[in-house]
Write a protein that binds this ligand. Structure first.
Ligand SMILES: Nc1ncnc2c1ncn2[C@@H]1O[C@H](COP(=O)(O)OP(=O)(O)O)[C@@H](O)[C@H]1O
Ligand SMILES: [Mg+2]
Length: 505
């Protein structure tokens, strides 16, 4: 018979039980409690070391049991969250355990039953922090339909965690779209089915396929400049309609647009626009500026970005060379289009995007800011709300949870929280997630790199996990100054030596 670890004390509820133990117990450990219908799994959510004298407030029979278990002069006292009965689909018992009930260390068999099953839809993330023998799997369907937030300080292991998930997803024919803010994923060195996984998507936009709203942002016409707005809208709509009717070739778009605007400044041809000539000239200047400024971004023959997304691959849009304003327009344009494309396919069963998609947004606090009303924020929250009906998932990654739109964050039903130091960030995360106890939040600063609190619908019960190291190399890891100095010195010495040899010294 295995030896008990400790006993329940105090006034247990069906959710929470106080316990004492003479053996070493760690935060995040799992224990089993004897209960009416078999054993219940529980999670150590709070633990402190106390002196034996504390035993004075125990009931006599509790103290008696404890005496039998205890050999040392101090023991552990803490709180357990009851997680449920592993043999009954984690059902939580309706009756609290009795005080005095023994608790046992959770068996490997039980933990494997809970965390270690891959029924085909799960991927391997790492192992339990306190139990390296127990592998942890997370559910892919849940990530795609209920979204995921990956939060940590810089260097906490966010990108590695995302890489692990992407690698495993790709092995399951998963299709992913990454908005690569730092150019980290473009060189993701992974083969799937004998082919490089990365499909690098051309960051060029076709002005003919932009919405008027997006076009206006590039033209830098403010919506308060309503006269300019009116003429630009009219010219853009007529130019796009003309193209669709086949009136002219794609290459002629700018000429058609500007020609139309210029013609409106002719008082004889358009006396009704006479008063607005100044504004129309302003629009012409802005369109000319836009054409010059974004010459490399615009391509009148480009298919839409959605058409470039390939099934079973890591589709990457490299945004490392554009500023935040452009990144915002690009991201919102793409998100709007993937949402529409998925809706179309799901409703009509043809056209659109014929497979589910996970989109990954690094630096999510810039795109979905809690303070700045970005265009992307609107589409991120639309997808956060509607995505699950259309198989469109969001993975939001940020080192500044506090600056992330709380709406988007609270729609992420899954969270992987690595090291988080700032109290403001911790509070923000806690507010967004009902199930995050303040004791666990207090642990977040002491997590090491790659150690994470994993919770949400993707995992049967919350867990502290050591995330494994991704196999594929990303670029954008920290530069080692010392190594680079050394190799620079070596190169320099080599050159000097060659020079000396040549000169015959
Ligand atoms: N799970 C892990 N196990 C071991 N080392 C890790 C782990 N996660 C990250 N690291 C190390 O920490 C460094 C920073 O991780 P990264 O994922 O780039 O952090 P972040 O994206 O949060 O800034 C990586 O280069 C890697 O060496
Ligand atoms: Mg990173």
């Amino acid at each position: 018979m295995e030896k008990p670890l400790g006993i329940c004390i105090g006034e247990p509820t069906t959710r929470e039980v106080e316990f004492v133990s003479s053996k070493r117990v760690q935060l995040g450990d799992y224990v089993e409690i004897e209960h009416e219908n078999g054993r219940v799994l529980a999670f150590v959510r709070e633990i402190k070391r106390v002196n034996r004298t504390f035993a004075e407030d125990l009931e006599p029979d509790e103290a008696e049991k404890l005496k039998r278990l205890t050999g040392s002069s101090s023991f552990f006292r803490g709180k357990l969250s009851l997680l449920g009965n592993p043999d009954r689909r984690m059902e939580i018992p309706r009756v609290p355990p009795e005080p005095g009930t023994y608790i046992y260390p959770a068996s490997a068999e039980t933990l494997k039953k809970v965390f270690g099953r891959d029924d085909g839809t799960k991927i391997h993330l790492g192992h339990l922090l306190t139990r390296p023998d127990i592998d942890v799997f997370i559910d892919v369907d849940s990530i795609v339909s209920r979204h995921l937030a990956v939060l940590a300080v810089t260097g906490g292991g966010k990108s590695n965690t995302v890489s692990v998930i992407l690698e495993e997803l790709l092995r399951k024919n998963g299709t992913v779209l990454v908005f690569d803010m730092h150019g980290e994923y473009v060189n993701f060195d992974l083969q799937v089915n004998g082919k490089p996984a990365v499909n690098s998507i051309n960051l060029t936009l076709n002005p003919l396929k932009l919405s008027y709203h997006e076009f206006r942002l590039f033209a830098n016409v403010d919506d308060s400049a309503y006269i300019q707005d009116r003429y630009l809208r009219k010219a853009f709509k007529e130019a796009v309609e003309g193209y669709r009717r086949g009136d002219y070739e794609a290459d002629e778009f700018w000429g058609v647009l500007l020609g139309m605007l210029r013609s409106w400044t002719d008082p004889e041809a358009f006396p009704e626009y006479k008063e607005d000539r100044k504004s129309i000239t302003g629009v012409i200047n802005k369109v000319e500026d836009m054409q010059e400024l974004y010459a490399e971004l615009f391509d009148l023959h480009q298919s839409t970005i959605v058409e470039q997304i390939e099934f079973g691959r890591l589709n990457v849009i490299d945004l490392s060379h554009v500023d935040e304003r452009i990144a915002d327009i690009v991201v919102s344009h793409v998100l709007r289009n993937v949402l529409e494309a998925r809706k179309k396919f799901v409703r009509e069963r043809e056209g659109g995007l014929p497979f589910p998609l996970l989109t990954v947004l690094e630096e999510a606090h810039i795109l979905a800011s809690s303070t700045i009303n970005t265009k992307s924020r609107y589409w991120i929250s639309r997808i956060a709300r509607e995505g699950r009906k259309f198989g469109l998932g969001l993975c939001l990654v940020t080192q500044r949870p506090k600056a992330l739109d709380s709406n988007a964050l609270s729609q992420a039903n899954n969270m992987i929280i690595l090291r988080l130091v700032e109290p403001g960030d911790q509070r923000h995360v806690q507010q967004a997630s009902e199930s995050l106890s303040s004791d666990l939040v207090e642990q977040l600063p002491s997590l090491n790199v790659g150690e994470a609190l994993v919770m949400g619908t993707m995992i049967p019960v919350p867990a502290l996990v050591k995330v494994k190291l991704a196999r594929a190399k990303r670029s954008g890891n920290d530069i080692s100054a010392v190594r680079e100095w050394q190799s620079f010195k070596k190169d320099k010495e080599k050159t000097m030596k060659e020079l000396d040899d040549y000169l015959g010294f």
